[in-house]
Design a protein around this ligand. Sequence first.
Ligand SMILES: *[C@@H]1O[C@H](CO)[C@@H](O)[C@H](O)[C@H]1NC(C)=O
Ligand SMILES: *[C@@H]1O[C@H](CO)[C@@H](O)[C@H](O)[C@H]1NC(C)=O
Ligand SMILES: *[C@@H]1O[C@H](CO)[C@@H](O)[C@H](O)[C@H]1NC(C)=O
Ligand SMILES: *[C@@H]1O[C@H](CO)[C@@H](O)[C@H](O)[C@H]1NC(C)=O
Length: 351
Amino acid sequence: MAEDCCSFNKDSLIIKAPKKSPLALRMVVLAAVMICAVYIFSVCLKLIGNHRVPRIIQIELAEQPCHNPGIPQAEIPYVHYPEPTTYSREECACTPVRYFAILSMQRSGSGWFETLLNSHINISSNGEIFSAKERRSNISAIIKTLNKVYNLDWYTSASKNECTAAIGFKWMLNQGLVTYHEEIVDYFKMRGVSAIFLFRRNLLRQMVSVLANNYDRNTKQLNGTHKAHVHSRDEAYVLARYKPTINATSLIPDLRNTRESTTKTLKYFKSTRHIVLYYEDLIQNHTPCFLQKMVDVLDFLRVPRRKLVSRHVKIHTRPLSEQVQNWNDVYHALEGTRYENFLTADYKIFS
Ligand SMILES: *[C@@H]1O[C@H](CO)[C@@H](O)[C@H](O)[C@H]1NC(C)=O
Ligand SMILES: *[C@@H]1O[C@H](CO)[C@@H](O)[C@H](O)[C@H]1NC(C)=O
Ligand SMILES: *[C@@H]1O[C@H](CO)[C@@H](O)[C@H](O)[C@H]1NC(C)=O
Ligand SMILES: *[C@@H]1O[C@H](CO)[C@@H](O)[C@H](O)[C@H]1NC(C)=O
């Protein structure tokens, strides 16, 4: 078990050596196949017309100036060579870029997860860009924003240099993702975007975190500023002092709704390239399992394996019974139901 999990040092990016066969002939055949493919594709596009394929996407498909023989055929749809409008990718112009999106829900550890990814020299994840309503007010606004991000034209503190090899952002299910799922799945498939699902198994803990975060949004407990994430134990202690009261009447329907929206989204996106992660598997920081999961993510994004770090400190670390005001009500509401295990499934925090 342990050996399986601690494989950080092993050599990373696997580049397949091209087989030693008559290279020239292979190139001629390849070129012929590509010309044919482009021709057929352009004919198809004319036949289909502009009804199915949004125009913004068509333009992007034309530009592929770089070739990288080390990339397996099956990977080609997921490999991109963006040409940002405002700067040149310089010596990395032909460094392949993968597109990804972290699909998650509020208070599922995605902020922490994203800081881990951004500690990697080749990954840029640009935060919750669709928290701004006007960017998700209709599907064209969404596609315009996606195009800008994936063309490396979106600037945030996470933006890396021209050698970014994986570019993405964080997208909450309630930020237009479910509403426009058909068009977004089409876009992901057409442009080769990989989805990283990050959910939480214990939805009761997620609820406590949501309520506590809403409370702090109003009360601003840390010297008058609201903090969704903290970087010290002292700050975590202050925020964890508040014990929310949970509406025991609507608890079961609320949990059911949350679970349904995750299962629904997984179903919608099952035809895209994706990976599913659970916060509970990641949070056990520095354990073999955590390391293994993060290695899986880096491999999934096809970036070199590296150690990832985050300064985030977990806020709610105590047993749930100590973090809910009306624990008895909550306990009795869930006792004997399919959600019963949320009451007891506590995890140990290693640090
Ligand atoms: C990662 O970034 C470094 C530094 O910018 C660059 O030299 C390297 O080629 C990049 N690696 C990949 C796989 O893109
Ligand atoms: C979509 O939303 C944007 C931003 O809110 C707006 O400017 C644009 O007119 C809208 N387009 C359509 C087709 O409704
Ligand atoms: C709040 O203010 C106190 C005293 O000025 C300081 O010691 C503490 O570090 C501050 N905390 C935060 C979260 O800024
Ligand atoms: C609890 O939920 C029920 C059902 O949704 C609602 O009628 C009631 O007003 C809620 N109670 C509180 C205190 O919010």
